[in-house]
Design a protein around this ligand. Structure first.
Ligand SMILES: Nc1ncnc2c1ncn2[C@@H]1O[C@H](COP(=O)(O)OP(=O)(O)OP(=O)(O)O)[C@@H](O)[C@H]1O
Ligand SMILES: [Mg+2]
Length: 441
C-alpha cells in the first residue's frame, strides 16, 4: 500500500505544487485548501503524514496537529511556517509535531522531511509489533503451569514485579528460572528498559569484573578502549545474574557495594557512576549451603535474596506435564509443518510416570525430538522412548537399563521390519523371549 500524505494550505497554488511534487515520489497525495476540510479528512481517512501550513483561517496547523494526535492512524505532522513564526513552530514541536519547514523552502526539502516522517512511523510500528511479540513469548503468559505450586510462583511474580527489590530464583536445573526472570522483567515498570543477562559461570574470572563494572581505557593490557560494563548497560532495566553461586569470592564485595550504593566503579577508574537497575539472580544450588561452605558471602546472599522464589521441580507438579508437553508438541509441530493431535494414551502415561531429572528442559527436548519422529496424527510411546535407545552423555537423558533394552529391541524390530525371527537372531535371544519383551511382560 502506498503511503498516504495529506497536504493542507490556504494557498491553492502552493497545494498544487506540493501535491504534484510528492505525487512523483510515488505517494498517494491528497491536497486540500482549508483546515476544516483537512480536519474531516483526518477523522475519516487513514493517513501517514500531514503536511500543513501553520497559519490558516478557521482551523489552523496547531488544531490539525491535535486532531492528528487524536485520530486512530496517528499520522506524523510536518508544519510549514512563514519566516518569523519560529516560536509557534517550536511550540508545535513541543506538542508533538514531527518537523517544520520554514518558507521559502526547496521542494527537495519537503521530500526529505516526508520520507523521514514515514521512516519514523514504520520504525515505531515495527518496534511496537516486536515488543508485543517478545512480551507474548517472554512475558508472564509464557510461564505455563496450572499446578498449585506453579500458580503460586506466577502470583508471586505478579505481586513483586512492580517493586525494585532483588529477587533470587532457585530451583533445580531446567525448572524455568530464566523464563521466570524474563517474566519478572516484562511485567515490571522496567519493561521498556533493557534486560541484561550475565552468566556468572560462563565468563572467565579474569574478565568478569570488567564485564560487569566496565573498565577505563588502559586499565590493563589489551584495554585499548573504554568499556561501559553490563551494570551500566542495564541502566533503567533489569540485570539478570544467572548461576550466581559461581560468582568468584573476589568479586562479591564489589557486587555487594553496587547493590548497596547503586553505583559502579569501572576497573582502573576512580569515579563512581550512578546506575538505576534491578537485580534478579538465579541458582540451581542450595545457596545457604554454599554460604556455610564459605564460598559465598552471607551479607551478599541476604542482599540478593530480598525476595526468594523457589521454582518447583517437575516431579512436584505432575499436573503440569500434560499441559507443557501439549504446548511443546503444538509449537514443534507448527514449526515442522506437521499435523499432530497429541499423544497416544500410553505415551501420556509414560510422560507422567517419568521422573524428569532434567525438569521442563528435558521434557521439552524429548517432546521436540519425538515430534520430529512421529507419524501423524499421534505421538506414540515409541517416538518418546527412541530417545532412550540412543547413547547419550547428558545425565538428564541417561536411560535406565530396561529403557535401553526396550529401545534397542524396538530399533532392531524396526530394522528387520517386524520380522521377529530375524530380530531374535540379531538380539541373540529366542523368539519366545522376544515376544515376551515385545508385549512388555
Ligand atoms: N513453566 C514453563 N512453561 C513453559 N516453558 C517452560 C516452563 N518452564 C521451563 N520452560 C522451558 O524449559 C526450558 C528450560 O527453562 P529455563 O532455561 O528457564 O530453566 P533454568 O531453570 O534456567 O535451567 P538451568 O538451571 O539449567 O539454567 C526453556 O526452554 C523454557 O522455555
Ligand atoms: Mg538458566
Amino acid at each position: 500500500m502506498k503511503p498516504r500524505i495529506l497536504v493542507v494550505d490556504n494557498d491553492e497554488g502552493m497545494v498544487e505544487m506540493l501535491a504534484r511534487h510528492l505525487d512523483q515520489e510515488g505517494w498517494d497525495v491528497t491536497g486540500l485548501t482549508s483546515g476544516a476540510a483537512a480536519r474531516s479528512a483526518l477523522q475519516r481517512a487513514e493517513l501517514d503524514v500531514v503536511l500543513t501550513d501553520l497559519v490558516m483561517e478557521e482551523v489552523d496547523g496547531l488544531a490539525l496537529l491535535r486532531e492528528a494526535q487524536a485520530s486512530a492512524s496517528r499520522p506524523r505532522v510536518i508544519l510549514m511556517t512563514a519566516f518569523g513564526s519560529l516560536e509557534t513552530a517550536i511550540e508545535a514541536m513541543r506538542q508533538g509535531a514531527f518537523d517544520y519547514l520554514t518558507k521559502p523552502f526547496k521542494l527537495a526539502q519537503v521530500g526529505v522531511a516526508v520520507r523521514r516522517a514515514l521512516e519514523d512511523r514504520q520504525l515505531r510500528e515495527e518496534n511496537r509489533r516486536l515488543r508485543a511479540e517478545v512480551e507474548c513469548r517472554f512475558g508472564p503468559d509464557a510461564v505455563l503451569g496450572k499446578s498449585r505450586a506453579m500458580q503460586t510462583v506466577i502470583e508471586q511474580v505478579r505481586a513483586i514485579a512492580a517493586s525494585d527489590a532483588s529477587v533470587l530464583l532457585f530451583g533445580e536445573s531446567g525448572t524455568g528460572k530464566e523464563l521466570v526472570a524474563r517474566a519478572i522483567h516484562w511485567s515490571s515498570p522496567r519493561r521498556d528498559g533493557p534486560l541484561v543477562t550475565v552468566n556468572c559461570a560462563a565468563i572467565p574470572e579474569a574478565l568478569l569484573e570488567s564485564e560487569l563494572f566496565g573498565h577505563v581505557k588502559g586499565a590493563f593490557t589489551g584495554a585499548d578502549r573504554r568499556r561501559r560494563g553490563l551494570f551500566v548497560e542495564a541502566n533503567g532495566g533489569t540485570l539478570f545474574l544467572d548461576e550466581i553461586s559461581e560468582l568468584p569470592m573476589a568479586l562479591q564485595p564489589k557486587l555487594l557495594r553496587a547493590l548497596q550504593e547503586r553505583t559502579v566503579r569501572p576497573v582502573g577508574g576512580d569515579e563512581e557512576t550512578a546506575v538505576d537497575f534491578r537485580v534478579v539472580s538465579a541458582t540451581n544450588r542450595d545457596l545457604p549451603v554454599v554460604v556455610r561452605e564459605g564460598k559465598f558471602r552471607e551479607d551478599l546472599y541476604y542482599r540478593l535474596a530480598v525476595i526468594p522464589i523457589r521454582i518447583p521441580s517437575l516431579r512436584e507438579r505432575p499436573d503440569d506435564i500434560p499441559l507443557l508437553a501439549g504446548h511443546f508438541i503444538e509449537r514443534t509441530a507448527k514449526k515442522l509443518g506437521k499435523r499432530l493431535d497429541g499423544f497416544s494414551e500410553d505415551a501420556l502415561t509414560w510422560l507422567c510416570a517419568h521422573r524428569w531429572p532434567g525438569n521442563v528442559r528435558e521434557l521439552e527436548n524429548i517432546v521436540e525430538r519425538a515430534v520430529t519422529l512421529a507419524r501423524e496424527p499421534l505421538v506414540t510411546v515409541a517416538d518418546l522412548r527412541t530417545e532412550f535407545a540412543a547413547v547419550t552423555t547428558e545425565t538428564a537423558l541417561r536411560p535406565t537399563l530396561t529403557e535401553l533394552v526396550d529401545g534397542y529391541v524396538e530399533r532392531v524390530l524396526a530394522e528387520t521390519k517386524g520380522d521377529k525371527g530375524a530380530a531374535a537372531k540379531i538380539l541373540g535371544i529366542s523368539v519366545r523371549t522376544l515376544q515376551r519383551r515385545f508385549k512388555g511382560e
